[in-house]
Design a binder for this molecule. Structure first.
Ligand code: GLC
Length: 604
C-alpha cells in the first residue's frame, strides 16, 4: 500500500521538508527526551511543571477528566497550561492533548452532544458524519485540544457488549465508510486547525467472546458503584485470520486512506496474545504490510495486563510496535522502566527512534510546531446554535420506526391530550448515555440541551394538554387521551460496566408500559438505548415503536419526526434479535429464525 499522507496538509512536498525536520530534531534529542515523547499521562497525575521536567509529549483527559468548574474556558486554560509547560522544555517540542470526543466534545459542559455512533450508523449518511467530525474538531480546537480518541471502528458482533453503541454497525462496510468520514471531518478542516483522529481499538475489540473478559479491581477503587466484572469487554477475539482481516482490519485501512495518523491498540487478545504485545498485528501487518506511518498509542493502563512484571510489559509492548504509552497514574515508573529497558539493550534504540520519529511526524503534520498560542476558534463556538442544528438533523435521521400500526405516527400536534411517561422523557443524561460529562455518563441535568418533553411542549398546540408522569401514574381521566408516549432508557454506562447478560426489557419498563396503556387510545414507545433490547413479548402492547438510540442533547430532533415535520428515514445498523439465543450474531444464524427486525429495516 502506498504511504498515505493526510490530505489536510497544505501541500504534498511537505513530507520531504518535514522528514528532514524530524531527523534533525531526533538527532538532537536525549534518551530522556525521547522517552518523554513516548509517554502520555492523565492530567490528574501530572503537573505542568512535571511535564516540563520530564519533557512529556502528551497529556490526556480520561472519561470525566475535567477541570473544575467544568466549563469551556477552564478547559482552554487547563490545556493551555500543559502546552505552555512543554514549550519550556529544552527543545520546545509541542505537547498534544487528547480526549475522548466520541460524540462531540462530550466531557465539556455546554458542548454539542451528537448521537452516539449506533445512531449515526442508522442514518447511513457519511456526509453528515464528516460534518459532525468537522464541528467536533471546531469545538475541540476552541479548548486547545488537537487529538481525539475517535472514531471507534469496532464491528460489534455481540449486543451484550457495553461498547456496542460506540460501534457504527455490525456491518463492516458501513463501519469502514462512516469511520473514514469521521477521520476526514476531524482532520480535513480546510485550512483550519485539524484535530488528530485515532481509530480504535486495533483490532478485534468487537469480536470478543462472552465469558472471556475478566474483573478489574482498579475499577472498584476508582468507581466503587460500577460493575467491575466485565464478561466480554477486553476479552478474547476467537476469529480466524481471514475473518479478522476481512471484518475487523478493513475499517482501519479505510481510515488510514482517509488520513488517520494515530491508532489506539485494543485491550483484547487474539491468537493467544494481548494485542498490546502482538508484534505480528501491530508491526508486521499494520505498519509494514498495510503501510501505516503514524503512531500507535496504548489504551488506558492496557500494557499492565500483558504480564505481572511491569518491566516485561514495557519491553513486550514497545518491541511489538507500540509507540506511545497511555499512563493514567504512575508516569515516573513508566519513564524509568522504559529508560532502563533501553539502557539494558532489551528495547533497541532504533525502536525508540522509530517511535519518536512517528510521533514527531504527526506533530509536524498537524502543524503543532507552528501552532499559535491563542486557540483558533473562540470559546463561543462550543455549543453554538448552528452546531446544535446539525446535531438535531443527526437525531432526526438516526431514529428508526420499527412499528407503526394504524398510522399512529406521525402524531397530530393538535390533540386534546397527550400523556408522557418515563424519566427519560425529561432527562438529558439518559438522552445522551455514556461518555457524557462523566466517563459512564449520568442521569439528570448534566449539560445544557433539549429534552424530548421540552421539545414536545414547544410543538403541540396551546390547546393540547400535556400530562407528564415519570412513573406513569395518571389520575383516572374520564376519557382516554388520544396518545400515550412512554420513553424507556437504559441507565448510562461505558465499556465493560455495560456488559449485560440479559437484554430483555426490565420489569419496571414493562410495568410502565402497562400502567399507561389503559389511559390512551394509541400508545407510542420510544427507546433510548445503546443497543437493541429484547422486546418481542411486549411489542403487541404498543401501537408504535421508535428506536432512538442515544440521541444526545438535541431532543428537538425527535419531536421533528414524531410530529411529522420530517420523515422517518433511519435504518437499523444492527439486526434486532427476537430472543437472547440470537445473540451473538452467530447465534442468529444458528437459531434458524429470522431476527425480530433485520439489519437495514426501518419503516418510512
Ligand atoms: C478507555 C477506553 C478508550 C479510551 C481510553 C482513554 O479505557 O478503552 O476507548 O480512549 O480509555 O479514556
Amino acid at each position: 500500500m502506498s504511504k498515505v499522507w493526510p490530505t489536510s496538509l497544505p501541500d504534498r512536498d511537505w513530507q520531504f521538508k518535514q522528514k528532514e525536520s524530524v531527523h534533525d530534531l531526533l538527532s538532537r534529542m536525549t534518551l530522556a527526551e525521547k522517552v518523554g515523547q513516548m509517554t502520555q499521562v492523565e492530567k490528574n497525575s501530572i503537573s505542568p511543571e512535571e511535564v516540563t521536567e520530564y519533557a512529556i509529549g502528551s497529556v490526556l483527559s480520561g472519561g470525566g477528566g475535567n477541570p473544575m468548574p467544568n466549563m469551556p474556558q477552564e478547559w482552554a486554560d487547563m490545556v493551555h497550561g500543559f502546552k505552555e509547560a512543554a514549550r519550556k522544555t529544552r527543545l520546545g517540542i509541542p505537547l498534544i492533548y487528547g480526549v475522548d470526543a466520541i460524540h462531540g466534545h462530550n466531557n465539556v459542559v455546554g458542548a454539542t452532544i451528537f448521537p452516539h455512533n449506533i445512531g449515526l450508523g442508522a442514518t447511513r449518511d457519511a456526509d453528515l458524519v464528516e460534518q459532525i467530525g468537522r464541528i467536533t474538531a471546531t469545538e475541540l480546537v476552541a479548548t486547545g485540544v488537537r487529538w481525539t480518541f475517535a472514531p471507534c471502528v469496532a464491528v460489534p458482533h455481540d449486543l451484550r457488549w457495553g461498547r456496542t453503541y460506540e460501534g457504527y454497525s455490525e456491518d463492516t462496510n458501513l463501519v469502514a465508510e462512516l469511520g473514514a468520514a469521521c477521520v476526514r471531518g476531524l482532520q480535513n478542516t480546510h485550512g483550519a486547525q485539524a484535530v488528530l483522529s485515532c481509530p480504535k481499538h486495533y483490532v478485534g475489540d468487537g469480536a470478543t467472546t462472552w465469558g472471556s473478559g475478566r474483573s478489574y479491581d482498579w475499577i472498584i477503587e476508582q468507581w466503587p458503584a460500577a460493575d467491575h466484572d466485565w464478561p466480554i469487554d477486553q476479552g478474547i477475539s476467537e476469529v480466524d485470520e481471514a475473518t479478522l482481516r476481512a471484518k475487523h482490519i478493513s475499517p482501519y485501512i479505510a481510515a488510514i486512506e482517509a488520513g488517520a495518523m494515530s491508532i489506539m491498540v485494543s485491550y483484547s487478545s487474539w491468537d493467544g496474545a494481548k494485542l498490546h504485545a502482538h508484534k505480528y498485528l501491530l508491526t508486521d501487518v499494520l505498519k509494514n504490510e498495510i503501510g501505516f506511518h503514524g503512531f500507535l498509542v496504548s489504551d488506558w493502563m492496557a500494557i499492565d495486563q500483558i504480564d505481572p512484571d511491569y518491566y516485561t510489559c514495557v519491553v513486550a509492548s514497545i518491541n511489538a510496535g507500540l509507540d506511545m504509552i497511555m499512563v493514567p497514574f504512575n508516569f515516573r515508573r513508566c519513564v524509568s522502566t522504559l529508560t532502563q529497558a533501553v539502557e539494558n539493550g532489551d528495547v533497541p534504540l532504533e525502536r525508540i527512534n522509530d517511535a519518536v520519529a512517528r510521533i514527531l511526524t504527526v506533530k509536524f503534520a498537524l502543524g503543532l510546531f507552528d501552532e499559535p498560542s491563542r486557540n483558533e476558534h473562540p470559546i463561543s463556538d462550543i455549543g453554538a446554535e448552528s452546531h446544535r442544528q446539525v446535531a438535531r438533523e443527526a437525531v432526526r435521521k438516526s431514529l428508526v420506526v420499527l412499528k407503526n400500526d394504524d398510522h399512529t405516527l406521525p402524531v397530530p400536534r393538535n390533540m386534546k391530550q397527550i400523556l408522557v411517561a418515563g424519566q427519560a422523557a425529561d432527562d438529558i443524561g439518559l438522552q445522551c448515555g455514556g461518555w457524557t460529562i462523566e466517563w459512564m455518563g449520568k442521569p439528570g441535568h448534566s449539560t445544557p440541551g433539549t429534552t424530548l418533553l421540552t421539545a414536545i411542549r414547544g410543538v403541540v398546540s396551546p390547546d393540547t394538554t400535556i400530562d407528564y408522569s415519570p412513573d406513569g401514574h395518571f389520575r383516572g381521566a374520564d376519557e382516554m387521551a388520544e396518545i400515550g408516549l412512554v420513553v424507556l432508557s437504559e441507565s448510562p454506562y461505558a465499556e465493560g460496566t455495560g456488559d449485560r447478560a440479559d437484554l430483555t426489557l426490565s420489569a419496571a419498563d414493562v410495568a410502565l408500559i402497562e400502567r399507561v396503556r389503559p389511559h390512551c387510545q394509541q400508545l407510542v414507545v420510544i427507546l433510548f438505548s445503546g443497543r437493541p433490547l429484547i422486546i418481542t413479548d411486549h411489542l403487541e402492547k404498543f401501537d408504535a415503536f421508535i428506536a432512538a438510540w442515544l440521541p444526545g442533547t438535541e431532543g428537538q430532533g425527535i419531536a421533528d419526526v414524531l410530529f411529522g415535520d420530517y420523515p422517518f428515514t433511519g435504518r437499523l445498523a444492527y439486526s434486532w434479535p427476537k430472543r437472547m439465543n440470537q445473540i451473538p450474531l452467530k447465534g442468529m444464524a444458528e437459531s434458524g429464525e429470522d431476527p425480530l427486525f433485520p439489519f437495514g429495516f426501518g419503516l418510512a
